[in-house]
Design a binder for this molecule. Structure first.
Ligand code: HEC
Length: 461
């Protein structure tokens, strides 16, 4: 009798016990063990879906920054129908969605990696015919477990905000609009914010799936796949009295009759409470590089930039940003002694998922270090997202233009020890006010005339 050469890899990796049996037991037992062992939904796949996918793929899926997962993987019927695409999404690494290379495992908050053995098991489940198995044999806990990611009743992931701001009136995104990026003011409602306060959390609540992404003056970037902003304890941003809050909306939708929408995006803030201590006043820099032209058809165009670090800082997070031609991105640090270290490697950049990579423990970068940023672009026709491979492309705001940004959030390492409600140093307040003033001066705000809503007659409501 011949020993079968094919062994499902999951047997080898998930059941160390089986390996010892295989080694010790006569060959005879092999075949029956394998036949019974075609993975089934309830016995094998469900626990893996639960741990790796259900946070998004559940009944009433959560809205992750404007999009939600199209099916529940807690439900056998749905999982079966989607089985071929599940295999595809796993093999291509499209799911679970995460951009940072495996080498960064354990470094960033909210990382999403699937273990090889779990991935192999799901693929084996699909290949084995996506069998149902015995619902009663499933671990009872699993079937009834709540995945714990249901949107809280307040409608905000950060909990009931201390301050909510929104548009003065809804933005009308007309039928002809395909790609539009107005900057819209979000005035603070009268009497809701009279004194400077320290932001601990901020969240954007996109009006709907037509919102592709939002860049905001005070809340960073709101995009598919990005949760709320929660600063680590003791890290904060000062929202002065009379702030100038704006959002640069990026609307993207189909065109034609009936495609118009009314957008009511909102933003919410949670503040530190009296007596809390702020040690790290968060600063951000977009680190854009604008001077390049990607030649038409180029499959792998590289852009490089550097940034000198002048004082000791803790790097809190990194947010690479490109558009449809974005292919890969890397942040490296060169220490004063010349040694280099890769801080972030995104080998397969996907503009649909603009992740912010936030350190579990902010990273110390000494004064005298240099950041080296590299972006790679695919402007060839081999890139299915490429709007036009026959065009040279430069930096610009439209999605059909490109960008090479490398946002960082950081703070100087010397703790400030500011007690909320007690100390508000003049320099901190002035800096915050200055930034508001710069925003006021720089912003070109969308002016919505009354006529914009002439279409909104009583009949149409
Ligand atoms: C962070 C939330 C999230 C997690 C975790 C996640 N997904 Fe998804 N998934 C989505 C969203 C949102 C979509 C729809 C948008 C899209 O297709 O880009 C999607 C789409 C899919 C699709 C359809 C892809 C297609 O080609 O249309 C498949 C299949 C899928 N997910 C499988 C999985 C599997 C399997 C896992 C776990 C290993 C997983 N997902 C984990 C959010 C998630």
């Amino acid at each position: 009798m011949k020993v079968p050469v094919f062994l499902p890899s999951r047997l080898l990796s998930t059941i160390p016990f089986a390996i010892s049996v295989l080694i010790a037991a006569p060959v005879l037992y092999l075949t029956p063990v394998m036949a019974q062992d075609t993975p089934t939904f309830y016995q094998d796949a469900l626990p893996v879906f639960m741990n790796n996918c259900a946070a998004c793929h559940q009944e009433n899926p959560p809205d992750v920054g404007g999009i939600s997962a199209p099916m529940s993987l807690m439900n056998y019927e749905e999982a079966r129908i989607w089985a071929p695409l599940i295999k595809h999404a796993l093999m291509t690494g499209y799911m679970p969605p995460w951009g940072a290379h495996e080498r960064h495992r354990g470094e960033f908050k909210g990382e999403r990696y699937i273990d090889k053995k779990d991935k192999d098991l799901l693929i084996a489940w699909v290949d084995g015919g996506a069998l149902e198995g015995d619902p009663d044999a499933a671990n009872a806990d699993l079937k009834t477990a709540s995945v714990g990611t249901a949107m809280p009743e307040s409608g905000w992931w950060i909990g009931e905000p201390d301050l909510i701001v929104g548009f003065e009136k809804p933005v009308y995104v007309g039928p002809d609009v395909e790609d539009w990026q107005p900057t819209v003011h979000m005035p603070v409602p009268e009497g809701t914010h009279e004194n400077p306060r320290w932001i601990s959390k901020a969240e954007l609540d996109p009006g709907g799936p037509w919102v592709h992404h939002i860049v905001s003056s005070h809340m960073g970037v709101g995009v598919p796949g990005r949760g709320p902003f929660e600063y680590p304890d003791g890290w904060g941003v000062l929202l002065p009295d009379d702030p100038f809050i704006t959002v640069n909306m990026h609307y993207h939708k189909n065109t034609g009759e009936g495609t118009e929408v009314i957008d009511n995006t909102r933003a919410g803030f949670k503040f530190y409470e009296e007596g809390d201590v702020i040690d790290y006043v968060v600063e951000t820099n977009l680190l854009p590089h604008r001077k390049w032209t990607i030649p038409a058809g180029h499959p792998n165009y590289e852009v490089n930039n550097t940034f000198d670090i002048e004082e000791d800082i803790y790097l809190l997070s990194m947010g690479p940003h490109m558009h449809y031609r974005g292919k890969a991105m890397r942040y490296e640090v060169e220490y004063p002694d010349g040694e280099r270290e890769v801080l972030l490697w995104v080998p397969d950049y996907d503009f649909n998922w603009q992740f912010l990579y936030e350190y579990e423990t902010p990273k110390f970068l000494p004064a005298g270090s240099t950041l080296h940023m590299s972006w790679w672009f695919d402007n060839s026709e081999g890139n299915p997202w490429n709007p036009d491979p026959t065009k040279d492309v430069v930096y610009g705001p439209a999605t059909t233009d490109e960008m090479a940004n490398a946002r960082i959030y950081f703070a100087p390492t010397i703790p400030r020890g500011l007690v909320v409600g007690r100390d508000l140093p003049q320099d901190v307040l002035e800096q915050a006010r200055l930034e508001e003033q710069m925003r006021r001066d720089r912003s070109t705000i969308l002016v919505q005339s009354e006529d914009d809503f002439s279409w909104l007659t009583e009949e149409s409501e």
